[in-house]
Design a protein around this ligand. Structure first.
Ligand code: ATP
Length: 241
């Protein structure tokens, strides 16, 4: 049994007076991949930003690696080993090399150099163009750069907000393939998505709607549940890219 790495519990949060999350939460074990499914506006981004400390919860707690990080600054959460890849993924106005360096800002120069070499081996397309602006990359390559940037600091947990956003089905598959490689190596992943193709990576699925958590279980259990199967799988193309 894998031990628990992360838990957000009973989170209420929102924007000013607008409450968006109502008792939301989830847990991720060491080396486990959780897919957080929900349609537009379900509250996935708000939950992720709260987990990263970018939005302050008004209730609830967040634990990571045995410590309570509920009131820890965002940069310290990153230093502790949680990495966040937003929908945008990378900074288009910076070079590929600069983007990855920013992702590894907290590493010692020697460790960062070694990590960058490892990442450039894994992502040869972007390695060939280290000094080009990220804006010159294709959508799929930019997403790969986003993954490389998010992994530069050697995190224990990578949290991704809709990695499929703006990608063609071919690139969605490429992103899934590359994530599978890191998952296999023991990285814990929390992936917020609407695209059910990411369930191929999932050890566990949680759903969200209206700022509240719904189902929590395996992909197989989702298939076995009539309502969930109809909502997420039966209508061809509805949620798939
Ligand atoms: P999406 O895939 O569209 O990003 P989501 O599941 O990530 O959807 P959120 O972006 O967390 O959902 O949005 C949840 C709710 O919070 C929505 O009703 C949205 O309109 C609202 N919301 C998001 N950002 C803000 C904001 N800055 N101010 C006020 N309300 C917001």
């Amino acid at each position: 049994m894998r031990s628990e790495l992360f838990r957000a519990k009973d989170i209420d949060a929102g924007y000013g007076r607008v409450q968006v999350l109502w008792g939301a939460g989830l847990a991720v074990n060491e080396a486990q991949t959780i897919v957080l499914l929900g349609v537009n506006g379900a509250g996935k981004t708000t939950l992720i930003k709260t987990i990263m400390g970018l939005i302050r919860q008004t209730r609830g707690s967040i634990q990571f690696n045995g410590a309570d990080i509920s009131h820890v600054r965002p940069d310290k959460r990153v230093r502790a080993g949680i990495s966040y890849m937003s929908e945008m993924g990378c900074f288009p106005g910076l070079s590929i090399d600069e983007n990855i360096r920013i992702g590894g800002l907290f590493m010692s120069p020697g460790d960062l150099r070694q990590r960058m070499n490892e990442l450039y081996d894994i992502f040869p397309d972007i390695a060939q163009r280290k000094h080009a602006l990220a804006s010159s990359l294709s959508g799929g390559q930019r997403k790969m750069l986003g993954v490389a940037k998010a992994l530069a600091g050697n995190p224990k947990l990578l949290i991704m907000d809709e990695p499929s956003a703006g990608l063609s089905p071919l690139f969605v598959q490429e992103v899934i393939t590359v994530l599978a490689r890191f998952r296999q190596a023991g990285l814990a992943l929390l992936i917020a998505e609407q695209n059910v193709r990411f369930l191929a990576l999932a050890d566990h699925v949680v759903t969200m709607s209206g700022g509240r958590m719904g189902f929590s279980g395996t992909v197989q259990a989702m298939h076995d549940d009539d309502m969930l199967r109809k909502a997420y799988f039966d209508i061809k193309g509805k949620h798939g890219a």
